[in-house]
Design a protein around this ligand. Structure first.
Ligand code: ZN
Ligand code: ZN
Length: 270
């Protein structure tokens, strides 16, 4: 079995014990057959940390991009700089996370749209997939994605918490849907209906650590190890074996992101 945490913020992890650090947390995850980590950038300023972490091990990759809640104005996002960041390492496999969050920032919709669209254009130009954060912004997110997917843009709606309609529309555009520990929460039954509906070959799993620890770890700082709990919940909802969910979501990950994956890894046949 092989499992990948398709979205984590390794530069922002918090540790629950004084003897823990990034290396011990990654070792703990690898012991549970988690063989890949995508360390996601949220701002221009933390890209150096994200890239350094990705370059420290063969099973870590990273992205370059600006989160909608980073509150950047469009003129502060230099597309040339973002492109050179993205091209500065083979470990950069995506643009993002970027998108629209009208739940927390209703007053900055126009700025968010402009910053998002700039990043979609960079992703198109570099032929990289995009990691999309979307919350309470269904119409505007889908309208922008439609404009770019029709020109060949690929990507994933990460930490999906929106409606069935939105998931189906994104699937129709060729997007992947990634689920986090939120699907384990007791009050998330309508989201589990979406898990049920998304075909396994279009589904990714993630922790979004250090945020959103799954059941039974709620209240703690999240860590990549617990992507296993997310995959277990997907397996339970879909009535599948955990190994099938793990191996297929791993194949999906390498299909979407340019990780130079060479096929079946040794751990996949166990
Ligand atoms: Zn996000
Ligand atoms: Zn995130």
């Amino acid at each position: 079995m092989n499992l990948i945490d398709s979205h984590c913020h390794l530069d922002r992890l918090e540790f629950n014990h004084p003897d823990e650090n990034l290396q011990t947390v990654l070792a703990q995850a690898r012991d549970r057959h988690i063989g890949g980590f995508l360390c996601v950038d949220i701002d221009l300023d933390n890209f150096a940390d994200v890239k350094r972490i990705a370059e420290s091990a063969p099973d870590i990759w990273c992205s370059a991009g600006v989160h909608p809640l980073a509150d950047l104005n469009p003129e502060q996002l230099d597309s040339v700089r973002l492109k050179s960041m993205a091209k500065s390492s083979a470990k950069v496999v995506a643009i993002g996370e970027c998108g629209l969050d009208y739940y927390y920032k209703k007053d900055r919709q126009a700025q968010q749209r402009a910053v998002f669209e700039k990043q979609l254009a960079v992703a198109m130009e570099l032929e990289l997939p995009v990691i999309v954060h979307t919350r309470d912004a269904r119409e505007d997110t889908l309208a922008l994605l439609d404009k770019y997917t029709s020109q060949g843009l690929k990507g994933v709606l990460h930490c999906f918490t929106e409606s069935m309609d939105m998931a189906l529309a994104a699937l129709e555009m060729g997007f992947y849907i990634s689920f986090s520990g939120i699907i384990t929460f007791r009050n998330a039954s309508s989201l589990r209906d979406v898990v049920q509906a998304v075909p396994l070959d279009r589904l990714l799993v993630e922790t979004d650590s250090p945020y959103l620890a799954p059941v039974p770890h709620r209240g703690k700082s999240n860590r990549p190890t617990w992507v296993l709990e997310v995959a277990e919940k997907v397996a339970e909802v879909k009535g599948l074996d955990l190994a099938e969910v793990a191996n297929q979501t791993t194949r999906n990950f390498h299909h979407l992101f340019p990780t130079e994956y060479t096929g079946t890894s040794a751990s996949e046949v166990q």
